[in-house]
Design a binder for this molecule. Structure first.
Ligand SMILES: C[S@@+](CC[C@H](N)C(=O)[O-])C[C@H]1O[C@@H](n2cnc3c(N)ncnc32)[C@H](O)[C@@H]1O
Length: 221
């Protein structure tokens, strides 16, 4: 049973028994570097693998795993409280095609070889100051890291409410030769009905009527 103390409804949920939950969770991969180049073996199939960086409480990735049983999902999150909640959400859903990692996204090349098909960047920290631009998950230094874990083609799907992060993401992605399959400046009101599963942050932004920026970007050899 999770004990939540909310100091801020979206950001800081403290799970008192987080370590206990993580230790007992069959969804948590405790030593992810052990599975480098072996994630398909861990999942027990050859299905494509999608990775979400900064999954928070896992609302998005758990629903994605339910909706797409023929895709394997890995959710990575730095914060143990959010990760513990994601593990509980996964347990409650009973999905079999999901694994969870509690770690820093900066270390992904220690955990994955060239085995990832799609990376989801969902409401990543925007780091709006110019001096912090290298910390954005779509900065060129991160795109270079992703090159080392993408299988053959590269595929990034990003959602954010933050204009600065979005604009700089489009810039970096195109500078790095990605092309845009789909761009939306207002995902929830887009007439094309782009398939979408909402994250926790996204649900809150929708309630506040904030537009969500979306890009589906690919790079094919
Ligand atoms: C704004 S929240 C979004 C959470 C979730 N994706 C959503 O949309 O509801 C950003 C999340 O990224 C995580 N995060 C930030 N930097 C990270 C890093 N270097 N590695 C892994 N997770 C990170 C934070 O802990 C936080 O949970």
């Amino acid at each position: 049973m999770i004990k939540l103390f909310w100091s801020d409804i979206m950001r800081y949920n403290i799970v008192k028994n987080a370590k206990e939950i993580l230790n007992g969770s069959k969804y948590l991969v405790k030593d992810p570097s052990k599975y480098k180049n072996k994630w398909n073996d861990l999942f027990g199939n050859k299905n494509p693998i999608s990775l979400e960086l900064g999954m928070g409480r896992g609302a998005f990735i758990v629903e994605m795993a339910k909706k797409y049983p023929n895709v394997n999902f890995v959710g990575l999150e730095l914060d143990i409280n959010q990760t513990a909640t994601a593990c509980e959400n996964a347990k409650n859903s009973g999905v079999k095609n999901l694994k969870i990692i509690c770690a820093d996204a900066n270390n992904i090349v220690e955990y994955f070889g060239k085995e990832i098909d799609t990376i989801y960047l969902t409401f990543s920290e925007p780091w709006p100051k110019k001096s912090d631009e290298k910390k954005r998950f779509t900065a060129i230094n991160y795109l270079k890291l992703y090159d080392r874990i993408f299988k053959k083609h590269k595929h990034i799907i990003l959602k954010t409410d933050n204009k600065i992060l979005f604009a700089s993401s489009l810039e970096c992605l195109s500078e790095y030769w990605y092309i845009f399959k789909c761009v939306s400046l207002d995902l929830h009101n887009d007439e094309r009905n782009i398939p979408n599963i909402m994250t926790d942050f996204e649900k809150e932004y929708k309630r506040l009527n904030r537009p969500i920026y979306y890009v589906d970007a690919i790079f094919e050899e």
